[in-house]
Write a protein that binds this ligand. Structure first.
Ligand SMILES: Nc1ncnc2c1ncn2[C@@H]1O[C@H](COP(=O)(O)OP(=O)(O)OP(=O)(O)O)[C@@H](O)[C@H]1O
Length: 288
């Protein structure tokens, strides 16, 4: 069996009054996982724990089966991590940053770097600190993706980027995935990124792991029903929420069996949009 790209096991971390975990996550090569959660839910902290930039109180992380805490730091060649903010780059031009970073990574792909600079139209002669936030993100991506590590970890990479650039990045990432047994973990609030890219949604709510959901299965499991019979007062099996004669269920088979048994007539059944499902998960966390 191929090793997991990353394995997060029983990780816990307390930072002041914020508690993260326990977190368990296994990411297989060939998959894209979106890290989704409310503001302050611990996404960035979890990514830093994955990069050994924050020490866990409990639990461990392995990258391609290798512990990230030992003397041997060769796992660092297997991960390309893009933090949300970078300190210390402002005074350097894109050209200088490229010289610096490309020399640090054995698998650096110059052709891919040039392609990204071209696609995103990045001026390399300006100082990083003088670039707009969106262009900073583009340069940051151009300095991260060409490291060609089999695990790519991106912390909100597109929050300031314009719509066409986000689309370009999606194509670039899909292309990049096709070139080997690679995995991506991407923290994002961008519903389009999440919808189009992810195979899995890892959902965090206030430091608590809600679950790691397969996107297709998650989308299929939520249904909204319109009934023309009054609903019983007690919760219906699978019920997530209700509003007059409308009910949302995350176990449609159970709900429909119950409706049949109780002679509740439903007139319409629709799927929920992923955005709506995420809102439900983050509004009323249900333990899986
Ligand atoms: N270095 C730190 N010192 C103190 N508190 C911290 C530190 N790093 C993170 N926290 C706290 O940990 C919690 C989680 O923050 P984190 O940045 O991981 O959340 P997030 O899910 O990435 O949020 P957002 O969606 O807003 O980017 C917050 O309550 C934050 O205040």
């Amino acid at each position: 069996m191929m090793p997991y790209a990353i394995e997060v096991s029983h990780i816990r971390k307390q930072i002041d009054d914020f508690h993260l975990g326990p977190i368990d996550l296994k990411v297989e090569p060939g998959t894209i996982t979106s890290l989704v959660g409310n503001n302050g839910s611990g996404k960035s902290t979890l990514l830093k724990l994955m990069m050994n930039l924050v020490n866990p109180d409990l639990g461990y992380v392995k990258v391609f089966s290798q512990s990230i805490y030992g003397q041997d730091e060769s796992w660092k060649n297997l991960v390309a991590y893009q933090p949300q903010t970078i300190i210390g780059w402002n005074v350097f031009t894109g050209n200088a940053l490229k010289e610096l970073i490309s020399s640090l990574y054995v698998n650096w792909d110059d052709t891919l770097f040039d392609k990204l600079v071209d696609l995103f139209n990045i001026p390399l002669n300006k100082k990083f600190g003088k670039l707009s936030q969106g262009v900073q993100q583009k340069l940051n991506l151009a300095l991260t993706i060409p490291r060609n590590a089999p695990l790519l970890i991106l912390d909100e990479p597109t929050s300031f980027m314009d719509i066409p650039s986000k689309k370009i990045l999606m194509d670039v990432l899909v292309d990049w995935m096709d070139q080997g047994d690679r995995a991506i973990i991407i923290a994002s609030h961008q519903i389009e990124d999440i919808r189009k890219l992810s195979d899995y949604l890892f959902v965090l709510h206030n430091g608590e792991m809600i679950g790691n959901f397969e996107k297709e299965a998650l989308t299929e499991s939520y249904k909204r029903y319109w009934t023309n019979t009054l609903l019983p007062n007690d919760p219906v099996p699978g019920e997530v929420s209700r509003n007059h004669q409308q009910i949302i269920s995350n176990q449609p088979e159970m709900t429909e069996a119950f409706f049949q048994e109780q002679n509740v007539q439903w007139t319409n059944r629709t799927a929920l949009d992923l955005e709506e499902i995420i809102s439900i998960l983050l509004d009323k966390p249900i333990k899986k």
